[in-house]
Design a protein around this ligand. Structure first.
Ligand SMILES: C[S@@+](CC[C@H](N)C(=O)[O-])C[C@H]1O[C@@H](n2cnc3c(N)ncnc32)[C@H](O)[C@@H]1O
Length: 213
């Protein structure tokens, strides 16, 4: 039986006592739809990304360990332990790095891994994170086995799969029932999600592709 629970709910009303949570590992909306980026046909799929999540500071309050992807979009305290994801195959119009704020006193570190949009993990979420990336950031938290990880903005469940593969329990929330169904499906079919590097090397041709073919 899986150790993951998915709840259709609003992260701004998190129904979990922070004292029970060992770590928040999340990837909230950054508000990128409002930025001057060429979203093309993906614009309609990012309605949830009109503005940055407003409650991130509250979410981490009282939680022992936290990783917040897109930490540079939120008002978070100074930290020594930022995590950097280098997306070497990102198209030219995209950022080739993403930043995660953590509340861990550790050196800032870099992870070099292709974007999920270009590899076999792709399940239809426009902001899907690679499982390997989420496993890497969970490992940085040095949690005890069977810890409870919460992702209040869980989307297609990449954090859930990573948490389970790292031997932890997981609770995820999302406002979108369809994403939760995808997340549940991914947890129920684990063998399809063994992380390995994407197959696509960087090539100028890919700069014109919006979607894997
Ligand atoms: C950046 S995506 C997370 C993607 C996820 N890391 C993955 O790999 O699939 C942010 C998610 O937050 C959800 N969301 C937006 N506002 C929310 C809210 N107030 N409460 C819960 N979920 C919300 C969106 O539906 C979206 O799936």
């Amino acid at each position: 039986m899986s150790n993951c629970l998915f709840i259709h709910g609003d992260a701004r009303k998190l129904p979990i006592d922070p004292k029970l949570i060992d770590a928040i590992v999340s990837d909230p909306p950054y508000g990128l739809l409002a930025c001057d980026l060429n979203w093309g046909k993906f614009r309609g799929k990012r309605e949830w990304d009109k503005e940055p999540a407003t409650n991130v500071e509250c979410l981490i309050d009282g939680v022992a360990r936290a990783v917040i992807w897109g930490g540079n979009y939120f008002r978070l305290p100074p930290s020594r332990g930022w995590l950097v994801w280098y997306k070497r195959d990102a198209v030219q119009s995209m950022a080739n790095c993403e930043l995660a704020w953590t509340n861990i006193d550790q050196n800032t570190q870099l992870f070099d891994w292709p974007i999920a949009a270009r590899n076999f993990e792709r399940v239809g979420h426009p902001a899907q994170k690679p499982i390997a990336l989420m496993r890497w950031c969970i490992q940085k938290l040095k949690l005890k086995p069977n810890s409870l990880i919460v992702d209040p903005y869980c989307g297609s469940g990449s954090t859930a799969i990573a948490a389970e593969q790292e031997g932890h329990r997981f609770i995820g929330l999302d406002l979108d029932r369809d994403y939760l169904k995808i997340a549940k499906h991914r947890i129920d079919h684990p063998n399809r999600h063994i992380p390995r590097p994407g197959r696509v090397e960087h090539h100028p041709l890919f700069d014109r592709l919006e979607e894997p073919v």
